[in-house]
Design a protein around this ligand. Structure first.
Ligand code: HEC
Length: 175
């Protein structure tokens, strides 16, 4: 294993390919010659990778983001999918846009809009909490340019683990 990494700002080919601070292992994930979807599935359901916190297989009600089935339909190439996992904020579907709500007491809430009436806004946070804010208490409400999905989510994984995860993500129909 060559897991000893040079500092992020080192003047290496890695950092040139990688101006946004994406780790080497994330980038190399797409280049692994062997990918094991079975192991990828275990990683997806592990506590470490956190994906299943926000992406259920099929159930949109349990998913903060799109379901795994939706994602698989949308991205058939692992490289394309990797891009979206590494940089979730590059493109965010309107449906999954994150909103920031600031109250007149200076509290800041952020999350997806679950519902909205004349009286209140209901947000779902990244921690899957539901937050209700009365419209009369809202000072400011704006759409965030950032995705709710955290950046660098694969950085805790080795290149091989990230590659396995991608393989399973891409393996449509294998549950
Ligand atoms: C805190 C919640 C959260 C976690 C954890 C999370 N995601 Fe996401 N993910 C989202 C949300 C919300 C979106 C939709 C917004 C967007 O496209 O950035 C999304 C979008 C995506 C997309 C792009 C779908 C599209 O339509 O462009 C992929 C691929 C994806 N996630 C994969 C993963 C993988 C793999 C993991 C685990 C390593 C993971 N996500 C962990 C919330 C999360």
């Amino acid at each position: 294993m060559d897991d000893v990494k040079a500092p992020r700002d080192a003047d290496s080919a890695g950092s040139l390919r990688n101006p946004a601070g994406v780790s080497e292992s994330e980038i190399r994930a797409a280049d692994q010659p062997e990918r094991n979807p079975g192991r990828g599935k275990l990683i997806f359901y592990s506590d470490g990778a956190r994906c299943r916190n926000c992406h259920d297989l099929n159930d949109a009600a349990k998913s903060t983001g799109p379901t795994l089935t939706e994602i698989r339909k949308k991205y058939t190439k692992p490289e394309e999918m990797l891009q979206h996992i590494l940089k979730p904020s590059l493109k965010v579907d309107e449906k999954f846009a994150m909103w920031v709500v600031i109250t007149d007491k200076g509290q800041v809430h952020s999350g997806l809009i679950l519902s909205q009436t004349d009286d209140e806004v209901v947000l779902k946070t990244a921690e899957r909490k539901t937050v209700r804010v009365a419209k009369t208490e809202i000072d400011e409400m704006k759409k965030s340019p950032l995705s709710l999905m955290p950046e660098g989510i694969l950085s805790d994984l080795t290149a091989q683990e990230a590659a396995d995860l991608l393989a399973w993500f891409g393996a449509a129909g294998s549950g």
